[in-house]
Design a protein around this ligand. Structure first.
Ligand code: MOS
Length: 760
C-alpha cells in the first residue's frame, strides 16, 4: 500500500493517503491524479482526534468566556448589575459596553474585498439593543463552567422600544426592491394570463439557522500589540483584516489560522465573537477561548431569511413555457449584505417567451441574516421546481420530459452561450438509473400497507464562481517535493485533498510529494471558502504557478541537460520532472535540475489573471435530482426512502470527496424540505428553539442510501474543467422531495418544512 510522507503531529506516524482503489492502478496513472478517489488527507487526523480545532488550543494562562444575550429586540440597556457575577468563583473580568475598548463597527461584505461581516453594527460600544439575542456582556473566568455560572448572575433591565418583529408588520411598513434581481423580458403577466395552462402560487420557506457540527469558536492571545487568532473560519485573510480594522491596529499585527473547521456553510465568516474575544483578552491581559454554545450560534449568527415567493409559469399545450414569473419578499435587516436572492434561480433555468423576476426586502429588527448553504438558490429552486411539477401535472406530461422540452439553447436572460450544459444527459442517465419509468404518475396510486409511495424530481442549479484573489507560493525542493501555500479553506469539503491532486497532476508528481498548506492569513491569496468557488479559484492559481515554475526551471537548465535549448512552449512536467512535449525521452527530474544548478529550492509566487470566463458565458453546475418517499397514511410522517443525484458539474477532481459533497447537500435539502424550522416569536423577536433538540436536522436514521452519478463532461472554460459542486445539490432536491410527496399523496405542500401536520 502507498504510505504518505505526510506526517501528522508527534505520535501519529505516517498517514496513508490512498485507502481505496488498487494502489498500483493509481501509480500507473502517473500524472493522472485528477479523477482518482483519494481518501481525505485530513481524515486520519480527524478520526484520531489529532486535528486541532479552534477551541482545542490550550494556551498558557488562558481564561474562558461566556456571553450574556439581550432579551429584547430593540431599545436600550437601563441597568446592568454585574456585582454577583464579580463575586462568583473563578471570576476574572466582565466586559460590557461600559468598559469595552473603543472599536470600529463591523464591516459587511461589500465594496471592500476584504470585508466579510454580516452587518455594519458597533460591537458592544453603546447601550443600544438592536436585536433579541445581541451579546451585551462577556464574562471571563478560570474555567468554562465558572464563566457560564458567573454570566448567569448578571442582571439586566431594559427600556424597550417598539420593534418590528413580525413579517406582516414588516411588509406593512413598506418593502424595498433589490434592484439587481429585478428583470423583465416581454410582458410576462399578459403571457401568463393568455397561457393554455398555468400555475400561479405562493411558496413559503421559513427562517433557518446554521448548525455546523462544530459551533463557532475562537482562541485568541495578544503578544504585545500582535494578535494571534485560532479561528474556525471560511475567510482567514478577511478576518485578519476585519479584526485589524475594528481594533485599530495594522493588518500585519493580526495572524489568523484555521486549519480545521467542522463545517462552515456560509455561517463562519467574520463575526462579532472574534472581536469580543480579542477585546476581552486585551482587557484581561490573558489569552481567551470563546466558544459559542449551540444557543449562542442561533443568537449571534444569522441564517436563512424567511421567504414568501410568487411563482408562476404559463405554458402551451406542448409544454413550452411562455411565461415565468418569480417575485416575492424576503425578510432582511437594514445592515445585511445577504439578499436571500430566491428569484436568481429562475433567470437561467428554462427557455421562456417572457420572464419577470423581483425581490422585495421586508425589514425587521433581528440578527442580520447570513449566507447559508446555496443562499437564495436553495429556497428559490423549491418554488421553481415545484411549480414545474405542477405544470407537468396540469399538462398530464412527464415532468422530466417537460423540463427537456424547455431546455434553453442559450442563457434565457441575456442570450449568452452556456460554457457547458448537459443537464438533459443528466436527466436521461438519472432516470435510467433511478428506475423513473416505473413511477406511477397518478398521485396516491401506490400504497404498501400504511405507506403511500411516490417519486419526484427537480433540477439542481448553482452558478459558477471564481474569485479574483487567487495567489499562491509554490516551493519546489531538490528532494523533489513541492509545497504550496495559499490562504484558502477546508471546512470539511476536501479542499486539501482535491488541491493536492490538482498540484500532483499539474507537476507530474505523486500526491505524497505534495504538501498543500492552507487557512493561514500570512499566506498569499484572498480566497474565502464560499460560493462553491474554491476549487476553481485555487486550481487556476496552481496552473499559473506551474507555468511560472517551468519558466523558472528553464533558467536553471545547463548545456549538459537533456532539456538544453528548449523553450517553455516545448516542455512540460512529466514523471517528477520536465520533458520535451513531443519527445519524452528528453527528460530531467526536478531533483536533477536543481542539483545540477546547486539549488536547494525554487520558489514562485503566482496569481492568475482576473477571472472573466463567467462574464463571457453563462456558467452553472446542474443536477437532475430524484427522490422516492413513503408517506404514512395514518400519521402523515414522511420518510425519504431513496435519493439519486445525477450531476453535471464539469470534471470531477475526486469522486470520493465530490460524492460526499453531493450527499451532504442532499441531506441538507432533506432538512430544508422536511424538518428545519427556526421558530421565531413574532411578538418578541426571540428564537424559541435554539438547540438541536428542537430544531430538527436529518440524523442517520432519517437518511437513506444516497446514490450519486455525474456526466463527468469537462467544462472547456473552467480551470481544470471543473465547475463548483459544494452547494449544488442543496438546490432542486427539496422540490424533488415535495414533488415525490405530491406523487405519493396528491397533496401539494407549498410551505416548508413539510411536517406531518401539513399532510394530515
Ligand atoms: Mo457559502 S453559503 O457562500 O459559504
Amino acid at each position: 500500500a502507498l504510505v504518505s510522507t505526510f506526517t501528522g503531529p508527534p505520535g501519529v506516524g505516517p498517514v496513508s493517503l490512498v485507502s481505496e482503489a488498487a494502489p498500483e492502478v493509481l501509480v500507473q496513472r502517473g500524472s493522472g491524479w485528477v479523477g482518482a478517489a483519494l481518501s481525505r488527507i485530513d481524515g486520519p487526523l480527524k478520526v484520531r482526534g489529532m486535528a486541532r480545532f479552534a477551541a482545542e488550543f490550550a494556551l498558557d494562562d488562558m481564561v474562558y468566556a461566556a456571553l450574556v444575550f439581550s432579551t429584547i429586540a430593540k431599545g436600550r440597556i437601563a441597568t446592568l448589575d454585574t456585582g454577583a457575577a464579580e463575586a462568583a468563583p473563578g471570576f476574572v473580568l466582565v466586559m460590557t459596553h461600559r468598559n469595552a475598548p473603543r472599536m470600529q463597527p463591523m464591516v459587511p461584505f461589500g465594496p471592500n474585498e476584504k470585508a466579510a461581516g454580516n452587518d455594519n453594527l458597533p460591537i458592544m460600544q453603546d447601550d443600544r439593543v438592536r436585536w433579541n439575542g445581541q451579546p451585551i456582556a462577556v464574562v471571563l473566568a478560570e474555567t468554562q463552567e465558572q464563566a457560564d455560572h458567573a454570566a448567569s448572575l448578571i442582571r439586566v433591565t431594559y427600556e424597550a422600544e417598539p420593534a418590528t418583529t413580525s413579517f406582516a408588520q414588516a411588509k406593512a411598513n413598506g418593502t424595498e426592491g433589490a434592484v439587481y434581481f429585478h428583470h423583465e423580458i416581454g410582458d410576462a403577466e399578459a403571457e401568463l394570463a393568455a397561457a393554455a395552462v398555468s400555475v400561479d402560487a405562493t411558496y413559503r420557506t421559513p427562517y433557518q439557522n446554521h448548525n455546523a457540527i462544530e459551533p463557532h469558536a475562537v482562541t485568541v492571545a495578544w503578544h504585545g500589540d500582535e494578535l494571534v487568532v485560532h479561528d474556525a473560519s471560511q475567510s482567514v485573510v478577511h478576518n485578519a483584516w476585519s479584526l485589524a480594522h475594528i481594533l485599530g491596529i495594522e493588518e500585519r499585527q493580526v495572524h489568523v489560522t484555521s486549519p480545521y473547521v467542522g463545517g462552515a456553510f456560509g455561517g463562519k465568516f467574520m463575526g462579532s465573537h472574534q472581536v469580543l474575544a480579542a477585546a476581552a483578552a486585551r482587557l484581561a491581559g490573558r489569552p481567551v477561548r470563546l466558544t459559542l454554545s449551540r444557543e449562542g450560534v442561533y443568537r449571534m449568527v444569522g441564517g436563512r431569511a424567511l421567504t414568501e415567493q410568487r411563482m408562476a409559469i404559463g405554458a402551451r399545450r406542448d409544454g413550452r413555457f411562455d411565461a415565468i414569473i418569480h417575485t416575492g419578499t424576503a425578510t432582511h435587516t437594514r445592515d445585511s449584505p445577504h439578499p436571500e436572492a430566491f428569484p436568481f434561480v429562475s433567470l437561467s433555468a428554462y427557455a421562456t417567451g417572457s420572464l419577470k423576476t423581483d425581490l422585495q426586502w421586508a425589514f425587521l429588527d433581528q440578527v442580520a441574516n447570513a449566507a447559508m448553504r446555496a443562499p437564495g438558490e436553495a429556497v428559490g429552486s423549491f418554488a421553481l421546481e415545484s411549480a414545474v411539477d405542477e405544470v407537468a401535472v396540469a399538462l398530464g406530461m412527464d415532468p422530466i420530459e417537460l423540463r427537456i422540452r424547455n431546455e434553453p439553447k442559450t442563457d434565457p436572460l441575456n442570450g449568452a452561450e452556456f460554457s457547458s450544459r448537459n443537464v438533459v444527459k443528466a436527466w436521461r442517465d438519472g432516470a435510467e438509473r433511478f428506475g423513473w419509468a416505473k413511477r406511477n404518475p397518478i398521485p396516491g396510486a401506490v400504497r404498501k400497507g400504511e405507506w403511500l409511495v411516490g417519486m419526484g424530481c427537480g433540477t439542481a442549479s448553482h452558478i459558477y464562481n471564481r474569485e479574483n484573489g487567487g495567489a499562491a507560493r509554490l516551493t519546489l525542493t531538490s528532494d523533489g517535493t513541492v509545497t504550496v501555500d495559499i490562504a484558502t479553506h477546508d471546512a470539511g469539503m476536501g479542499t486539501e485533498t482535491a488541491q493536492t491532486q490538482i498540484i500532483a497532476e499539474n507537476l507530474a508528481l505523486h500526491p505524497d510529494q505534495v504538501e498543500f498548506r492552507l487557512a493561514d492569513s500570512a499566506m498569499p491569496g484572498l480566497v474565502a471558502g464560499r460560493g462553491s468557488s474554491q476549487t476553481t479559484t485555487v486550481a487556476a492559481t496552481v496552473v499559473e504557478a506551474k507555468k511560472m515554475l517551468v519558466a523558472e526551471l528553464l533558467t536553471l537548465i545547463r548545456a549538459d541537460s537533456p532539456l538544453a535549448g528548449l523553450t517553455a512552449q516545448q516542455v512540460g512536467p512529466r514523471n517528477a520532472g520536465l520533458a520535451k512535449l513531443d519527445d519524452p525521452t528528453r527528460h530531467e527530474t526536478y531533483t536533477a535540475i536543481l542539483t545540477r544548478a546547486k539549488r536547494d529550492k525554487v520558489t514562485v509566487e503566482a496569481s492568475p489573471d482576473e477571472p472573466t470566463e463567467m462574464n463571457e458565458r453563462s456558467m452553472h453546475s446542474y443536477g437532475a435530482m430524484f427522490c422516492e418517499v413513503r408517506v404514512n397514511a395514518v400519521t402523515g410522517e414522511t420518510r425519504v426512502s431513496r435519493m439519486l443525484g445525477s450531476m453535471d458539474c464539469g470534471r470531477v477532481i475526486n469522486p470520493k470527496t465530490a460524492a460526499s459533497q453531493f450527499r451532504g447537500g442532499m441531506i441538507m435539502a432533506m432538512g430544508l424540505a422536511l424538518t428545519e424550522h427556526t421558530h421565531y416569536d413574532e411578538r418578541t423577536g426571540r428564537i424559541m428553539n435554539p438547540s438541536l433538540a428542537e430544531y430538527h436536522i436529518p440524523v442517520h436514521l432519517d437518511v437513506p442510501e444516497i446514490d450519486v452519478i455525474w456526466t463527468g463532461i469537462p467544462d472547456p472554460h473552467a480551470p481544470m474543467g471543473a465547475r463548483g459542486i459544494g452547494e449544488l445539490s442543496v438546490t432542486g432536491t427539496a422540490a424533488a422531495i415535495a414533488n415525490a410527496i405530491y406523487n405519493a399523496t396528491g397533496k401539494r405542500i407549498r410551505e416548508l418544512p413539510i411536517t406531518l401536520d401539513k399532510l394530515m
